[in-house]
Write a protein that binds this ligand. Structure first.
Ligand code: SIN
Length: 488
């Protein structure tokens, strides 16, 4: 790959127990912007998955014995290295994912923000003392890392979705084995290079790319030594992991699919609502589980909103190759993603929806989808129930607040939601009424290392980021200390 200042960051071997290893098999990583092969990476199998857990087990006692301060220092060093190598990390990310270089730089900063946050938060993993009814006892509660853990991460944020798991795992004193997405392993391996340089001891972190998620996840699910599995991906796979982990009753963190509503009420500042939607929809070309999937606009402001949005998209959204100057919208990850968006739009227009902008593949290349606005959408259309995962704004109308809340909640998913309104009473009522783990009020971005990211209903369980995210990597231990009362 051209243009890297530090070529050693481009690793293609698996990282198991502190050793860089060929595995005998390879997988091909593509450049989705050019729709052509980019690199061959070692592809691990179930034996490598178990070796990573053996190494995590061997490394655990010493790692658990480190102080929170020592782990904090290593994480701060990792954060520093991510800053130092931001440009190379962003370039690798853009080549394997496609997003414009500036957005990749943003993702590296976002990824590093988790490392920095959890470096500090690990030092604040406080416990409690509980007043005892028994004068002979004192009751103490403290937190300990859950032990050996594993993560499976998606391709849409190839770096940030890893650090959101890896950093709290390390801060809590856990060892961690990672299976990155098959299509974006290079960012994960570059991160492993930096973990090694930051002083993470051998075996504490392993990164094993693989072409078969099942070959790697099954041994982890069945292995009683693995006490926690953290997964970001589809609801369908999340349910399979829940079934597969039942035999060992593992702790599961599941960040799954969403169907985020974005509501615009008649008292909203329409220009600000357009600003918010540009972020909530076009960040990462709409390939995010918190992307606005259904835009619900109050009938009286619908035409103004759609017209302003169309003008804004035409001015600001420029599909293009990620390394080219001026590109602001990257490609979709693969052909299947393009076909899915075409199918959803086709079904919507067949049922009466109207395309007011875009509507098909863009001339920038076969994986680029033109920024699209489709109106007259109804809740019954599949575009309202499936995740679009593309740069398509799907617009519906509502007449009043209760209808808006009912429509917004009419989904099995409950990850992110957004709304624009100014009336204070309405802001509270709608915030309380939305059945979602996250609500953005007058903002199109809820993601933040300090905040609890996660969903309810079929969008998953557990939280990432924030102090709640650290708690998810710990167990609560209660100690009853007897023999305190004076005996004489
Ligand atoms: C995701 O799409 O899975 C996460 C996006 C984010 O962290 O903002």
């Amino acid at each position: 790959m051209d243009g890297l200042k530090d070529a050693a960051l481009l690793e293609t071997r698996a990282f198991i127990g502190g050793e860089w290893r060929e595995t005998g098999e390879t997988l091909v990583v593509e450049d989705p912007g050019r729709a052509e092969p980019l690199a061959e990476v070692a592809s691990a199998d179930s034996e490598h998955a178990t070796e990573a857990i053996d190494a995590a087990e061997a490394a655990l006692p010493e790692w658990q014995a480190t102080t929170a301060d020592q782990r904090c220092a290593i994480l701060h060093e990792l954060d520093r290295l991510m800053g130092e190598h931001q440009e190379d990390l962003a370039r690798i990310l853009t080549r394997e994912h496609g997003k414009p270089l500036d957005q990749s730089r943003g993702e590296i900063r976002y990824a590093a923000s988790f490392v920095k946050w959890f470096a500090e938060e690990g030092r604040r993993s406080y416990g409690d003392t509980i007043p005892s009814a028994n004068p002979d006892q004192r009751l103490v509660v403290f937190r300990q890392g859950v032990g050996i853990t594993a993560g499976i991460t998606p391709w849409n944020f190839p770096c940030a979705m890893i650090t959101r798991k890896l950093a709290p795992a390390l801060a809590a004193g856990c060892t961690f084995a990672l299976k990155p997405a098959q299509s974006t392993p290079l960012s994960a391996l570059a991160l492993a290079v930096l973990c090694e340089r930051a002083g993470v001891p051998k075996g504490v972190v392993s990164v094993i790319p693989g072409s078969s998620a099942r070959a790697i996840s099954e041994p982890w699910l069945e292995d009683g030594r693995v006490r926690k599995l953290s997964f970001t991906g589809s609801t369908e796979i999340g349910k399979k992991l829940a079934e597969g982990s039942a035999g060992t009753l593992k702790r599961l963190s599941l960040e799954l699919g969403g169907n985020a509503p974005f509501l615009v009420f008649d008292d909203a500042d329409i220009d600000e609502a357009v600003d918010g939607l540009m972020v909530a929809k076009f960040r990462n070309a709409g390939q995010s589980c918190v992307a606005a999937n259904r835009v619900l606009v109050q009938r009286s402001v619908h035409d103004e909103f759609v017209e302003k949005l169309r003008a804004r998209i035409e001015a600001d959204v420029h599909p293009g190759y990620g390394l080219d100057e001026g590109s602001t919208l990257g490609p979709l990850i693969d052909e299947a993603a393009v076909s899915k968006v075409q199918r959803l739009l086709g079904q919507a227009t067949d049922a009466g929806a109207e395309i007011v902008l875009g509507g098909d593949v863009h001339e920038a290349g076969p994986r680029f989808f033109a920024p699209t606005v489709v109106t007259d959408v109804t809740p019954k259309m599949t575009i309202s129930s499936e995740e679009i995962f593309g740069p398509v704004v799907s617009v519906m109308t509502f007449d009043d607040e209760s209808e808006a809340i009912r429509m917004a909640n009419d989904t099995p998913f409950g990850l992110a939601s957004y709304f624009y309104a100014r009336d204070l009473g309405r802001v509270w009522r709608v915030s309380e009424g939305l059945e979602y783990g996250m609500v953005g009020v007058n903002t199109g971005l809820v993601s933040n290392a300090a905040a609890p990211f996660g969903g309810i209903k079929e969008s998953g369980q557990g939280r990432e980021g924030s102090r709640y995210g650290l708690e998810d990597w710990t167990e609560l231990k209660y100690v009853a200390m007897g023999g305190v009362a004076r005996k004489s």
